[in-house]
Structure formats: C-alpha cells, structure tokens
Design a protein around this ligand. Structure first.
Ligand SMILES: Nc1nc2c(c(=O)[nH]1)N[C@H]1C(S)=C(S)[C@@H](COP(=O)(O)O)O[C@H]1N2
Ligand SMILES: [Mo]
Length: 317
C-alpha cells in the first residue's frame, strides 16, 4: 500500500503563534526603501556574510522580496522532513542530534572534465556564502520563509567543467543506516536521490546551502550541505549530499520511483496542477493562521519561467 506513505495531514497543534504579515507596501514603507525590481531582490550582498556567525536575523523580521516575515527559527529547526531519521516532523531534530557531519566529502563527477572531491572545509574556503531569503513550499501544503547561507551551485559546476554531453545533475544523500535509522527500513529506495536539468541547476537561484539564520546547518536541515531550489516543491531540496553526478539521462529520484503518478521529475510549484490527492492552490505558512494562495513557481516566475518555455507543465509535473 505504497499510496499513503507520504501523509499530508498536519495537526493543528503544529500551528505556532501568528506573526504579523505586512503587505509589500507596508514593508517598503517600514524599511524606507525603494525596491528596484523583483528579480533577485531576495539576495543580500555577499559582504554581509563574511562575519557569518553574527548574522542572525530576528524571527519575524520582514525581509523577503515579497515583504514576508521570516519563519521563526524554532520552527525551521523543529519541524522537518528528513525521512532518513523519521517521518514525524517533530522527531527529526531529536533523532538527528548526534548525526556526524565531520569529516564529510562531496564527490562531484560523471560527465565533467575535472571530477573533484570537495571537503566541507573546501566549500567554505572556495565559495563565499551569501544570505538568500527564500520561500520553501512543501508539496504537502505548508510553507516557510528561511534565510539560507549558501552559494549558487553554478559556481561549483563551472569549476568541474561539465562536458557538452551533460544534460542532468543527479544528487545523492549519504547512505549510513547506523546513523540514519530509517534507512534500515525497506519502505523507500535509499539512498535519497534527486535531480535537476543542467540548465535548472545553473540558474542563479539554485544554491547549495551550508547554513541558515546566520549559523551552520543543523543535522535536521541537511547538514553539512544541502540543495535549495526555491521554485520547486521542498522534496527537490535534497539534504546531506555526498555525491553530485552529471549525466546524459534524466535521473531517477526517490519520490518519482516511490510514487511516479504523484511525484514527477520537475516538481515545480504550480497552484494550477493539483496533486492527485489534494489541491495545490493554497498553503499554510508556518506561524500564520489560515492559508494563503500558492504562487506560480513559488513566486519566482519572473526569474525561472523561461526555463520551461513551450513545455506542458501539467504533463511535466
Ligand atoms: N535526504 C533527504 N532530503 C530531503 C528530505 C528527506 O526526507 N531526505 N525531505 C525533503 C522535503 S519533503 C522537504 S519539505 C525539505 C524540508 O527541508 P527543511 O526540513 O530544512 O525545512 O527537505 C527535503 N529534503
Ligand atoms: Mo516536502
């Protein structure tokens, strides 16, 4: 009965106290700034990030380019999907507390001229981090606004020099059932895998993250390094990555293998394409009462729509 593994029911006990939502106009008035354009307005310049440990935005600060409040830190680190530890979002933090993320290497290979194995220390030294405040929309119908620390994955891919035959990027999470207890269960085709088209991965909004809220990533959020692709459903943002491989074939993913009729390769946030078992037209922002409309490409339409020009987004779900 594979159908119901990925439960979507969210108990009301998980709703945290309501935060004030300011409209975009209020935001601009409050901040006393003019926003020049929507494109990439979420990106904070890199110089803010050199002193990473001191960069700690206050929960509730109004900072996204749409004038949205950051989701409270406690929710970001306390309400997690990380099925290697538990399918219960509120147990993940406790069960992953001792997950060992050092030493850690990330192997980048496949159809590239310069296959390279990076350590986390290499990352921190070679790829300066920026803060990126993104919405995260889970396919289950809840969402958060998270200030990530990371860098565009395009920078890493350029360093390894993709061959002209490379069309896709495959990502693989660590497989270690001793440390990730749910990997002992045969329910899912471990290790967790995800994929992007190469041009999607090269988009500036797609980042590798090693931190959030100005701190290093905690295990529950995918330490030491995870993908963040803000215009796609959250399950594309694979955690605790050990391998990145460039391929000429569309990679199989954990969710498209488990339930192909429910989860496709693209998984772009799209309020007009319902999941077979529920609507995707609205979402519950963690920390707010009620629901808000879900935005096309999670609000990043202006930046990413060109990647899908001419494609049938219903067929390519
Ligand atoms: N390896 C791995 N990555 C994963 C998952 C997972 O279960 N295992 N869950 C995904 C889902 S469904 C979501 S919504 C996001 C949640 O990220 P967060 O807990 O940091 O908010 O992680 C994604 N990455
Ligand atoms: Mo998700």
């Amino acid at each position: 009965m594979k159908k119901n593994w990925f439960r979507k029911d969210i108990p009301s006990s998980e709703i945290t106290p309501e935060q004030v939502y300011l409209t975009r106009r209020d935001f601009m008035r409050a901040a006393g700034v003019m926003v020049a354009g929507a494109a990439l307005a979420a990106c904070v310049p890199a110089e803010n990030v050199t002193a990473v440990p001191t960069l700690t935005p206050a929960p509730g600060a109004v900072t996204s380019e749409l004038g949205e409040s950051l989701t409270a830190y406690d929710a970001v680190v306390g309400y997690n999907n990380f099925y290697e530890f538990s399918t219960n979002k509120e147990d993940v933090a406790r069960l992953s507390k001792d997950f060992n993320t050092r030493p850690w290497t990330l192997e980048v290979g496949g159809l590239v001229a310069k296959p390279t194995t990076f350590t986390i220390e290499d990352f921190l030294a070679r790829f300066p981090r920026e803060e990126r405040i993104y919405r995260l929309r889970c396919v289950e119908g809840w969402s958060m606004v998270i200030p990530w620390l990371g860098f565009p994955i395009s920078r890493l891919l350029k360093e390894v020099e993709p061959l002209s035959t490379a069309k896709y990027v495959r990502f693989v999470t660590l497989f270690n059932p001793d440390e990730m207890p749910a990997q002992n269960s045969g329910y899912f085709p471990w290790p967790y895998q995800e994929g992007l088209r190469l041009d999607e991965a090269m988009h500036d909004l797609a980042i590798l993250s090693t931190g959030l809220y100005g701190k290093e990533l905690l295990p529950q959020n995918g330490a030491p390094v995870r993908l963040v692709v803000p215009w796609k459903y959250g399950f594309k943002s694979i955690k605790s990555i050990v391998k990145i491989e460039l391929t000429d074939e569309m990679p199989a993913t954990l969710w498209s293998t488990t339930a192909p009729e429910e989860y496709g390769f693209y998984a772009n946030v799209n309020p007009k394409v319902p999941h077979p078992r529920w609507s995707q037209s609205s979402e519950r922002r963690i920390g707010e009462a009620g629901r808000r409309p879900t935005l096309m490409f999670n609000g990043y339409e202006e930046q990413v729509a060109a990647l899908y020009a001419g494609m049938d987004l219903k067929a390519n779900y």
